[in-house]
Design a protein around this ligand. Sequence first.
Ligand code: DGL
Length: 275
Amino acid sequence: MSQASTKTTHRPRIAVFDSGVGGLTVLRAIAGQVPDADYLYFGDTARLPYGTKSRETVARYAIEAALFLQDLGIDMLVIGCNTATALALYDIKGAVDVPVIGVIDPGADRAAEISRSREAVVFATEATISSHAYQRALARRGFATHEKACPLLVPLVEEGWIEHPVTEQVARIYMIEALRVASMNTDVLVLGCTHYPLIRPLLRRVVPQKIAIVDSAESTAQVVAKELGVAPGAQPNALPSYRFFVTDSTEKFRRMAPLFLGFPVDGVEHVDLGG
Ligand code: DGL
């Protein structure tokens, strides 16, 4: 994104884009840090998952959504989706005129703040891992990284199996497999997918204690707050407002949203972006 600050004289209009409902974890984190803002959330629910798709397809979908959001008049676009950030951040930045923030650099920055060994493991979707976007971002900060695709975790979370023995067992197997290959000195696990913050307590049980867990959603929220000049803990003048746009069933989104956002939503609008 541009280096210039995005401080606005009016209440900021912040768009958060994701392939579906998962990005609501990012929206929730941002609204927690920047409550005095109007939020527009776009979930491309008709075309998810992005985590199994090619770069070209994800870039095309994400740019369509970004242009739609830009036309609504926004001050900032946050790409909440790790896969879209990994595969298409630069395409999206090139397509719109507003500042764009992805989730990968904030996550990598946070990992760099807390790691001593500079050895990391990243959990993410298949497409994010294949892109090696996290590995590159962490390498720029001096890390050696082992990347682990965890494709079963998204459907398990969407099933609502947040505290479930099956999810715990799957997460444990992924962790064991990762640690079989990763350096013994690994001291940070980066959660590189919108859905994983929801199972953070469960992950905390299966991840060795000496490994800290970094949540990209939280780190991204801090970057957004900083970019807008919002001081941590500042008292808001007003509560956030929300508009939600989805490309598939508004009813299904309304049903699933509270799990990710922490409160019920209404006024979900359907958008048809074609192809
Ligand atoms: N939002 C995606 C991500 O963060 C996960 C869901 C999907 O594959 O579309 O990578």
